[in-house]
Design a binder for this molecule. Structure first.
Ligand SMILES: [Fe+2]
Length: 234
């Protein structure tokens, strides 16, 4: 990672978060953009505190009926002081506003917070106009580079419509000798399907949630989760 000048660090501190074009190449052929997201150190510590404080429940905010930052702040207040919850909420808002410059102009749903389950382990595509996903703490989203997708397998699976089970599908989808990739803590992925004429399974980014590693803790309260942020645009 390239060192940032001091002025950039000041900006990150005051807004809580800054967005930069990533040094990684974008997905070819796709509306997928990698963005480098840097949070201020104190913000990362707040996220970490929420993750560590989480036990058997989701400390997560899902704005399925409109984005409300007051509601988000209330969720954070369960594990942080009011001042800390305010600071963290502001940084998430700053991130959302910064994403407008990259085409996420109308966020219709945000999901932010601690995830402690495996969630969806099957590779899938999201049928949304745009989605941004970032995991600042914990394991990031796993994804398959389009060139690594076994298109023959995929075509057959879509044509037959047969449910072959999670493991077989995940294995078959990845071409032999290729590897699943994952997003690191400072790389957000903006998936953009808005320009696509027809929505099919052949030109979108297959991804899944990472597995929670049982070796990270033997008791539920010791299991480290992750802090994930996603913004959707229908
Ligand atoms: Fe998804």
């Amino acid at each position: 990672m390239t060192a940032l000048p001091n002025s950039e660090f000041s900006k990150i501190f005051y807004s809580g978060c800054q967005l930069f074009p990533s040094e990684q190449p974008c997905c070819p052929l796709l509306g997928g953009t990698f963005l480098r997201v840097l949070f201020a150190q104190d913000i990362l510590e707040l996220m970490e505190k929420l993750v560590r404080g989480s036990c058997l429940h989701y400390d997560s905010y899902d704005s399925s009926s409109g984005v409300d930052f007051n509601e988000l702040r209330k969720v954070f207040s369960s594990g942080l002081t009011d001042g800390q919850a305010y600071r963290l909420t502001e940084s998430i808002e700053a991130l959302m506003l910064s994403l407008k410059a990259y085409g996420l102009t109308q966020t219709t749903r945000i999901r932010v917070g601690v995830i402690i389950s495996d969630e969806c382990r099957k590779f899938h595509v999201d049928h949304l106009s745009k989605r941004f996903v970032l995991t600042p703490i914990g394991k990031g989203t796993e994804w398959i580079h389009p060139e690594d997708v076994d298109l023959d397998f995929l075509e057959q699976s879509v044509r037959t419509g047969r449910d072959m089970g999670l493991e077989r599908f995940n294995q078959g989808l990845l071409r032999q000798g290729r590897e699943v990739r994952h997003l690191d803590n400072t790389t957000g992925l903006l998936m953009d399907n808005s320009q696509r004429q027809s929505r099919d399974h052949f030109s979108e980014i297959f991804h899944r949630s990472p597995a929670i590693d049982p070796t990270e803790g033997s008791e539920p309260q010791d299991v480290l989760g992750r802090f994930r942020i996603s913004f959707d645009c229908d």
